[in-house]
Design a protein around this ligand. Structure first.
Ligand SMILES: [Zn+2]
Ligand SMILES: [Zn+2]
Length: 97
């Protein structure tokens, strides 16, 4: 009795798997785990970079998003750079305590 490769690898035949095939499957799983671990490492690296960018953006003026925040508003918030505050004192700043 001989089964074709496709027949052998189908789910219905999985319980007839030989130890050699099982070893092969384990190797494939190991390889996949290694690949996913590397992917996760890359994802974590990317997230760290995003956090740095986020922090940089938080310290940038909310209006022009490029200058450094310099003006402390009466409410105590520091969200605008000097020139943006001069052009529009208080700006669209609403959300605070
Ligand atoms: Zn500005
Ligand atoms: Zn405020």
């Amino acid at each position: 009795m001989h089964h074709s490769e496709r027949d052998r690898l189908s789910g219905a035949r999985l319980h007839h798997i030989s130890s050699a095939e099982l070893g092969c499957l384990m190797t494939n799983i190991d390889r996949e785990v290694t690949r996913l671990t590397q992917l996760r490492g890359a994802a974590e690296e990317q997230r760290a970079k995003t956090e740095v960018a986020e922090r940089e953006r938080e310290s940038a003026c909310m209006a022009c998003l490029s200058e450094t925040r310099a003006v402390v508003l009466p409410c105590g918030c520091k969200v605008y750079c000097g020139s943006c505050h001069e052009r529009d004192p208080g700006g669209r700043h609403r959300r605070c305590r």
